[in-house]
Design a protein around this ligand. Structure first.
Ligand code: SF4
Ligand code: SF4
Length: 205
């Protein structure tokens, strides 16, 4: 019997008495970490007005081009938000979204947060474009969502890993640098400057 087989069997024996790490989903569900980023929620103020002022900052910050907004002016007859404008249309395409949370970080009014809803599977792609009516909190249930969690300082286990090349993380490079990839140069231009790619994106409805 080769040494590798013995090593494999030893690993099996070592783990035989341990509690399984798997759970029987969907009957059982894991408790999610407080900073888990699931499906977006649009928030209201306590007086029922919508926090979103249709500024497009979230859409501009989104690296996946997943947010579509059409803003409209508020009027005295139809005041929807406290600002000059509100979002008449607010769609989030969850097929494009990478749940990075940049939209939440960019929002100046705390209008959009990523919450704990992760059950997002569907047979139909159109079901995964969430519209404002689905994203907006009901009246009388206003909250600030996960903004409270993100306002606190990060737990120690969320610290950036030390980059493999420099051995020191000085915070001056993006998170790719934190895992030692920041200094690698792409072999060919990235897709955003690829004309073919840009053309494809323009053709999308
Ligand atoms: S979580 Fe990231 S990818 Fe998703 S909509 Fe927000 S900014 Fe875009
Ligand atoms: S969700 Fe926030 S960032 Fe996005 S348009 Fe509304 S107010 Fe602006």
């Amino acid at each position: 019997m080769s040494f590798d087989i013995l090593k494999g069997m030893a690993t099996t024996l070592k783990n035989m008495g341990k509690k399984p790490t798997t759970i029987s989903y969907p009957e059982q569900e894991r408790q999610l970490p407080p900073r888990f980023r699931g499906r977006h929620v649009l928030h209201r103020y306590d007086n029922g007005l919508e926090r979103c002022v249709g500024c497009y900052l979230c859409a501009g910050a989104c690296p996946a081009d997943a947010i579509y907004i059409e803003a409209q002016e508020n009027s005295e007859e139809n005041r929807v938000s406290p600002g000059e404008r509100y979002a008449r249309v607010f769609d989030v395409n969850l097929l494009r979204c990478i749940f990075c949370g940049y939209c939440q970080a960019a929002c100046p009014t705390g209008a959009i947060t990523l919450e704990h809803d992760y059950k997002l599977a569907s047979y139909y792609p159109e079901d995964l474009v969430f519209h404002k009516e689905q994203l907006l909190e009901p009246r009388g249930q206003s909250s600030v969502g996960s903004n409270t969690v993100w306002a606190e300082s990060a737990p120690p286990e969320a610290a950036q890993p030390v980059p493999q090349e420099k051995e020191v993380f000085d915070g001056s490079e993006a998170s790719a640098a934190a895992v030692g990839l920041g200094n690698l140069h792409p072999e060919r231009p990235v897709l955003l400057v690829d004309e073919q790619q840009d053309e494809d994106r323009r053709k999308l409805p």
